[in-house]
Design a protein around this ligand. Structure first.
Ligand SMILES: *[C@@H]1O[C@H](CO)[C@@H](O)[C@H](O)[C@H]1NC(C)=O
Length: 463
């Protein structure tokens, strides 16, 4: 009952996909920074695109700051050879308009943007009117100062879920946003953001979808600020879908936390395909964690420190088994003992140098819990740095999140939840270990990353 919730639905994904229609956010989205936004993107059969992005001052998207109205053209190109199952696209932005929703939002923007942009453009902005910020002749400066880019359009995947009773849900995955501000306008995505849903085929009910769809750049949606009930990390949390990581890894995550002993365990199951049907290897990690302060940047999120002390690896394909088998003695478990399907402990060798895993390892994390509209508990674990490094210093703590995990039904009984002190609630934890690869010839140029939070991550390496 805990694994692959979506197995009930038949999932298909055409390459190239059909983008026609309007696609909207299903919840308040958090981008690195952090930035809080809701998106509504419309793709026309004429290859014209109209995208609206509503930006907020708060992490529940209740207080609109400004909206961007983006018009352009797009063209589907070839299937991505880096991210299997994704399609590359070209786009061209013709115009970007801005609507500022309050005087204070205007002041904040004015202090962020260069004087030339503010003087010429922003000074004319009045709440409730669209102001042209950019066209193909002018305004580039304002856009780059905003950190604006539509590089997310560079990679797209549309998944269609068919439920037995005839219901259909369509999700659009667009490229990931770089976690480093200075990189985001150049970044060519190889992973995805949280998907948008098609307004004609979304999960029912979706109160946020309806609010976003009915809004416009002049009338931004304001999401109701629901109470965020205190939740415990306690119990088991799993991926809802097959997840895609930059670059090229497909995996599911499965975590267990025990707030009383501060122990955690994670199972990262890796696959070679975007449906998570062909297993390549599984990483089992464990250690302990400590809950820190509430986040100053994202309300209702909490800081954590995770320590990874033990890791076991099981190879499920011959290439991975052979790779691990060829490591130098004492550097990656028992050399010569690697076989397909047999688990090996790499704790005794302090990790696995060939994979760049060093043990023990510490990571700085940001966690958030939320209830979805069905009152199902969701756990958001911090986004991994896009450059493949590890958040091993407090300054590298994430400011955005990965796709949420769901709590397994039958995980924690109500009684147990009540026993937990306030400090133990609202957890998050994730650890990641960076496995900086040190030299093995076959891996030259690839860094392998173990995310304790979940991710083992490779560069340009197709399993
Ligand atoms: C690993 O090495 C041992 C000893 O050389 C060998 O017997 C075994 O078949 C190897 N395993 C794989 C998967 O190649």
């Amino acid at each position: 009952h805990c694994q692959h919730h979506q197995d009930k639905a038949k999932i298909t994904a055409n390459v190239p996909p059909t983008l026609d229609g309007t696609w909207v956010s299903t919840r308040c989205e958090v981008r690195p920074g952090p930035e809080f936004l809701l998106r509504s993107y419309t793709f026309h059969p004429t290859r014209h695109l109209q995208a609206i992005q509503h930006y907020y001052t708060d992490s529940s998207c209740g207080d609109p700051a400004y909206s961007l109205l983006i018009r352009g053209k797009f063209r589907l190109r070839q299937a991505s050879w880096i991210t299997l199952g994704g399609t590359e696209t070209d786009h061209h932005i013709n115009r970007v308009g801005i609507v500022i929703h309050s005087r204070s939002a205007k002041q904040r923007l004015a202090s962020r943007l260069p004087p030339s942009c503010v003087g010429v453009t922003l000074s004319k902005a009045v709440p409730g009117k669209v102001l042209e910020l950019y066209n193909t002749r002018a305004g580039r400066l304002c856009l780059s100062a905003l950190g604006f880019s539509m590089m997310e359009l560079g990679l797209v995947r549309v998944e269609t879920q068919n439920f037995g009773h005839g219901g259909t849900v369509q999700e659009m995955f667009l490229g990931d946003i770089h976690t480093q501000w200075t990189q985001r306008t150049y970044h060519r995505p190889t992973g995805y953001q949280t998907p948008l849903q098609n307004v004609m085929h979304h999960i029912h009910p979706c109160p946020v979808c309806a609010l976003v769809y009915r809004s416009s750049e002049l009338r931004p949606p304001a999401l109701p600020r629901g109470p965020s009930p205190p939740l415990s990390l306690s119990g088991r949390w799993v991926s809802q879908h097959c997840e895609t990581r930059p670059s090229v890894l497909f995996l599911t995550r499965d975590f267990t936390f025990d707030p009383e002993t501060h122990q955690w365990g994670g199972i990262y199951r890796h696959y070679s395909d975007p449906f998570c049907a062909q297993p390549t290897f599984t990483l089992t990690a464990s250690g302990h964690y400590a809950q820190g302060n509430p986040s100053a940047k994202i309300s209702a999120a909490t800081e954590f420190v995770f320590k990874v002390t033990q890791v076991q690896i099981t190879a499920f394909d011959l290439a991975t088994a052979k790779l691990l088998n060829s490591t130098r003695p004492g550097k990656c478990g028992l050399t010569g003992n690697w076989e397909v399907g047999i688990e090996q402990d790499i704790t005794t060798t302090h990790g696995c140098t060939a994979l760049g895993i060093k043990l023990p390892h510490k990571e700085y994390e940001l966690f958030k819990t939320e209830l979805d509209h069905r009152k199902q508990a969701l756990l958001f674990i911090g986004e991994r740095p896009t450059d493949g490094s590890s958040p091993d210093r407090p300054q590298k703590r994430p400011t955005s999140f990965q796709t949420p995990l769901v709590q397994c039904s039958g995980g924690v009984g109500g009684g147990q939840e009540e026993r937990l002190s306030h400090k133990q609630r609202l957890g998050s934890h994730s650890k990641q270990i960076q496995l900086q690869k040190s030299g093995a010839e076959r891996w030259r140029g690839h860094a392998m990353l173990l995310a304790l939070g979940l991710v083992l991550y490779t560069w340009g390496c197709v399993y």
